[in-house]
Write a protein that binds this ligand. Structure first.
Ligand code: ADP
Ligand code: MG
Length: 364
């Protein structure tokens, strides 16, 4: 019996930049998905999960297709199908998934399931697993088999995360480097709205289209730019449509904030980083309009706590999670005040997790 673990992730800054060719700055967290692998005699793979009653048994000689009826098992099935297609040898086994990572909350539990499945299956037969390759492989499965058009951030962070480091990913050139992220006396808090992300798909596509439109207009006078993240703030005036102008202003200013964040984190300047987080939230709320009363309440009530350096929504928005950086001595007050305020405004109970910045996928 062998055990493997893949973490969830949060993006520290650089929101909605992946599909605009910009850079993002996620960290892997200590919460994640564990896969326990038990060899079997028959030529099958059996998939089960402690958090779902549905389980699935597949014959390794059968063809595998996406089927809604396979529910959550589509994620590991997509990985198995693609490994087979690319002629990796697969050993018959049972895989049991266990998790302490909230699902469907924007912390990339889907990527954690994909990455841990691919890593666990390959580890049975292969000595070396190239983690950048693994991330792209899993991203392709989520795009093609599951049908979610995500960028590379999730699988990259889950596969390549590193303890006490953030991962600066260039989504245009598809490369990465590590940026030190040591919180010292401060804590990284993840605040879960626990609100179903119902608007997420339609609004995500709408924002993508608006950015494409803004880029197209800008390129009529600035043909040298290939993506919106390369644009200059001064060029916003070529956009006469107020909505497009605000969308582009978020993208361009957010890229500048990521650049600044990378600089200040090299000096471990968490106070300036916190201010960049606050500015990022304001931009996502007012210019990009992907926040909402739930995320705003978490973020704005956290920002009011003494000892909180900064807070912002993270992920695509419209629910999901927000993050804050707060002094260890302020965490209890923050959790109490934010939870109380959140319940009084929304009638919902939020959850707050104190997260350690952790390594990516690994054997346990
Ligand atoms: P996110 O990736 O933000 O958590 P998604 O909607 O992309 O949200 O993925 C969530 C889905 O991933 C769940 O609905 C479930 O199908 C699958 N999943 C996540 N964690 C597990 C788990 N521990 N066991 C089985 N399926 C899981
Ligand atoms: Mg996901």
């Amino acid at each position: 019996m062998k055990k493997y673990f893949a973490p969830g992730r949060v993006n520290l800054i650089g929101e909605h930049l992946d599909y605009n060719g910009g850079t993002v700055l996620p960290v892997a967290i200590h919460l994640g998905v564990t896969a326990t692998v038990q060899p079997l005699q028959e030529n099958v793979i059996v998939l089960s999960s402690a958090t779902h009653s549905f389980s699935k048994r597949i014959d390794l000689s059968d063809e595998i297709h996406f089927d809604k009826a396979n529910d959550w098992a589509n994620y590991p099935l997509g990985i198995i199908a693609q490994l087979k297609k690319e002629n990796h040898s697969l050993r018959p086994c049972e895989i049991i998934f266990e998790s302490n990572l909230p699902e469907a909350s924007g912390l990339s539990s889907s990527a954690a399931v994909e990455v841990v499945t691919a890593f666990a299956l390959l580890a049975q037969t292969e000595k070396q697993i190239n983690l950048s390759w693994l991330a792209l492989f899993c991203k392709q499965v989520e795009n093609d088999f599951i049908g979610v058009k995500c960028g590379i951030m999730d699988q990259y962070a889950v596969a390549l995360g590193k303890r006490n480091n953030a991962l600066l990913i260039d989504c245009d050139k598809v490369n990465h480097r590590y940026i030190p992220f040591e919180t010292g006396e401060y804590r990284l808090l993840v605040m879960n709205t626990k609100k179903p992300r119902s608007l997420i798909h339609s609004k995500y596509n709408e924002r993508k289209q608006e950015c494409e439109e803004a880029l197209k207009i800008m390129r009529t006078t600035k043909s040298e730019i290939e993506n919106l993240c390369q644009a200059d703030m001064l060029w916003l005036n070529v956009l006469s449509n107020e909505v497009l102008k605000r969308r582009a202003r978020h993208v361009i200013s957010e890229q500048l904030r990521v650049n600044e964040a990378v600089k200040v984190l090299q000096h471990n300047d968490l106070s300036t980083f916190g201010r960049l987080m606050n500015a990022s939230h304001t931009s996502l709320k007012n210019d990009y309009e992907v926040s909402g009363v739930e995320l705003d309440t978490l973020v704005e009530s956290a920002q009011q706590i003494n000892g909180c350096l900064g807070a912002r929504m993270t992920g695509a928005g419209f629910g999901g999670c927000a993050i804050a950086i707060a002094h260890a001595a302020s965490v209890e007050e923050l959790v109490n005040k934010v939870s109380e305020k959140y319940f009084s405004v929304t009638g919902l109970h939020c959850e707050v997790y104190e997260c350690k910045v952790s390594d990516g996928v690994r054997a346990r």
